[in-house]
Structure formats: C-alpha cells, structure tokens
Design a protein around this ligand. Structure first.
Ligand code: AMP
Ligand code: MG
Length: 399
C-alpha cells in the first residue's frame, strides 16, 4: 500500500501536459496557457489625458487673464493634435491624445473660461491627470505566463496584447461511470435496498466546475460482462475514465481485475489514506483510469486529492492539485492512526487569521456533513492528537 506522497509521485510521473491548441480569446476563459503572452504594444499606447479638462504646460505663469484656449476639442480616438504653444490651453476629453509639450491636465471642474481665455482655481502641478505612453506596460513585457489559468483579468491582458487566438492546452476529455447493483438514477424512486446515484452527478459537476468536459453514463451493474465493456472503450473516446465503486476488497469489487484483463496497467491500488483507501489508478496507452471508492465522501476526497492533481497536470497547470492553506484549529482532533486522514472542515477568516473548525461527520457516507465543508483538514499518519490552537494543513474544496 502506498502513502499519499508516493501516490502523488506516481501520478506526477505518469501524467504529462497535453498538446496545445489555438482557441479564440472569446472561448479561452479558464484555459491553461500553453505559451506566455508578451505585449506587442506599450500601455498606454500614447500620452493621454486622465480627465476631461485642459492640456497645459505647468508653471509657465501666464498671469491674468489666464491661458489662451485653442478653439475646438480633442476627443478619444482623434489624431494627435499639434504641439502646445506657450500660454495655450487645449480642451480635451478623457482618453484623448495629448499635444506635445503638455505636462499637466487641469480638470474642467477646476477651470473657468471667459472670452477665449481659461483660468484655473490653482496653478497646475506638473504631471497631474495625465498618463504617459508605456508607464504601465513597456513594449515586450511578459503579461501572462505559460501554465497560468486564464481568468477575466488575464482575458483583458491578452486582449491588450493582441493575443487572439491564443495557444492553450487541450482539456482532458473525461468519462464518468458509477458501478453498483444498488444504484438508481436521481430522477427515480429507489426500491427497498437501493439508493440514488449521487457520485455520478457529483463527479461530473466537479469536472465541469473546472471547465473539463465530462460525459456521465448510466450506472453499471456489478456484473463481469458490464464492467468489461466499461474498460473496453478506447482512448479516442476519453483521456481519463473516472469510476466509482467496485474497488474495495469485497466479492463484488470487480473493477481492478477487469481493468487488468482489458490491458490496463495498475499504477496504484490502495493508498494509506482515510477516507479513500481502495482508490486505484491505471494507465493504458495515453488514457488513465481512476477507480474511486463508492462511499460518497471517499469519492469526493479522492477526486480532490488525486484526480484533480492528475487533471491539472494533464492540462499543464503550473501548480497542479487542490490548493492547500495553513489554518488554526478550533478544537482538538484525535490521532489519525496508521492512515493519513482528511476530515471535513469549515475554514473561515477570524479578523485576518484563518481558522478551521472540524465538522462532525457520521462517516464516509455522510454527504450532508461533507456538503457543508469547504476544506479537508489533513491529519498526518502515526501522530498524536492535534491540539486546539495548533496550525494544520487544509486542502481547499474548490467547487
Ligand atoms: P463500494 O465502493 O462499491 O463498495 O460502495 C461503497 C458504498 O458506497 C456502498 O454503501 C454503496 O451503496 C455506496 N455507493 C456506491 N456507489 C455509489 C454512488 N454512485 N452514489 C452513492 N452511493 C454509492
Ligand atoms: Mg459497489
């Protein structure tokens, strides 16, 4: 049986980033950049006004009756106006190009105009209310890095830099299948001894919440022929197959032997973790299989700990895996015992300090406790109790 750390090393060794593809910027939100974005322009791209007002030369002491106002108005998008003459003020709008020689803009609210002259409440300060070409971004600046996930701010930077279309990593295609004779669909009323499949919809939602396309099939019965069909599908249909159920040591735990019969190489089966000990990971060609346990909290924890890491790596993310943070524990936790343990918990902010409250859970079937959690507290294997007030590692449940 592998430790969590060993399982991570196996995953990291097996999964490498997918190919790049070009996508239009309008469809690139949430994608991982396969190439960094370098600006081909300066920002701002020309000297420009930050206010509606007057372009002037500061400190030229024009005396009474103020500066001569040049007739007309310069607006955003207009050509660069002729240079400023001594004693002159040029009326312009926010975003307008500045005439050469401008070193301040006086807001219109601080000005009074009379008979072709304009006077200001106070003498303008050099540099006020104008933006110099390239002051935010010099030409050739790296704006976005390879491996970065494109968020809305990144979309804006890509647009500024003319990166449309842009090069991103191909997303993993995911097939999800749940197994178990007891399962019925969510829209059905379970007969005695049956229950609704919650893992299938949950796993599909976990994938889709991160932008990964996932196809969910109907529950597969615990029968060798049905399970064999599951593993027969080819890598042209999916990159990653995620199943739930059928991987623990019971008689009906048919999946690992079926996977091996179909030519999958099991890279790990069983990890020293709680919940989620039976988790399996295998490879065939360029495809991967994650066999998650059927217990809903175990399935979710294994997704966040293992599947998420592999899918992030597949997509070429710079920091694969669910983010981890440190937080102060609100009450004592018992020792983990021999297996590294992850407990449902609620992270919150206590006047700038992160605190984490363990939630009472009835066990790895307690989907309701898990649904209230926004993090899992990591309790190291073979340690003592974690005292109240100690600093612990938490895995964020980003959903
Ligand atoms: P298994 O890992 O197949 O032995 O299943 C362990 C437990 O999880 C059993 O109590 C199952 O009824 C339950 N379970 C299995 N699959 C699902 C599922 N798709 N949705 C909800 N519960 C499940
Ligand atoms: Mg089962």
């Amino acid at each position: 049986m592998h430790t969590v750390r060993e399982a991570y090393a196996i995953l990291d060794g097996a999964v490498s980033p997918a190919d790049a593809e070009m996508v239009p910027l309008a469809e690139a939100l949430g994608r991982i950049l396969a190439r960094g974005v370098v600006s081909d322009v300066e920002w701002p791209p020309f000297d420009t006004s930050a206010m509606d007002g007057y372009a002037v030369r500061a400190g030229e002491a024009p005396g009474e009756p103020g500066r001569r106002e040049r007739p007309g108005l310069v607006a955003a998008g207009d050509p660069v106006p002729p240079p400023l003459l001594p004693g002159e003020a040029v009326r312009l709008m926010t975003g307008a190009p500045l005439p050469a020689g401008t070193d301040a803009v006086v807001p219109v609210e601080e000005s009074r105009r009379e008979a072709g002259r304009v006077r200001f409440d106070r003498e303008p300060r050099s540099g006020a209310h104008l933006r110099r070409r390239g002051e935010s971004v010099a030409g050739g600046t790296a704006l976005l890095a390879e491996g970065q996930r494109l968020d809305p701010a990144g979309v804006a930077l890509a647009a500024l830099a003319g990166a449309d279309p842009l090069s991103v990593r191909r997303r993993p295609r995911i097939a999800i299948a749940t197994t178990g004779n007891e399962l019925v669909l969510a829209r059905e009323k379970p007969p005695e001894g049956h229950l609704r499949d919650s893992n299938g919809p949950m796993l599909a939602a976990l994938c889709r919440a991160r932008g990964w396309p996932a196809v969910l099939s109907a529950p597969v019965p615990d029968e060798a022929a049905a399970v064999d069909r599951l593993f027969a599908a080819g890598s042209d249909e999916f990159d990653v197959l995620v199943t739930s159920g059928g991987v623990s040591a019971g008689d009906l735990d048919l999946l690992p032997p079926a996977a091996e019969r179909a030519g999958w190489e099991i890279l790990f089966h069983r990890v020293s973790v709680r919940p989620g000990k039976p988790v399996a990971f295998a490879r065939r060609g360029r495809s991967f299989w994650f066999g998650l346990p059927g217990n809903p909290v175990s399935a979710s924890a294994c997704f966040h700990l293992f599947v998420r890491r592999a899918l992030d790596r597949f997509e070429g993310a710079r920091e694969p895996g669910a983010p981890q943070v440190r937080a102060r524990l609100t009450r004592e936790l018992p020792p983990a015992g021999p297996r590294e343990t992850y407990r449902d918990a609620l992270l919150s902010d206590d006047e700038g300090e992160r605190r984490v409250e363990p939630l009472r859970s009835a066990g790895s079937h307690d989907l309701l406790s898990h649904a209230h959690a926004n993090a899992l507290i990591r309790v190291p294997a073979e340690g003592g109790p974690l005292p109240a007030g100690s600093i612990v590692t938490c895995v964020l449940l980003e959903r």
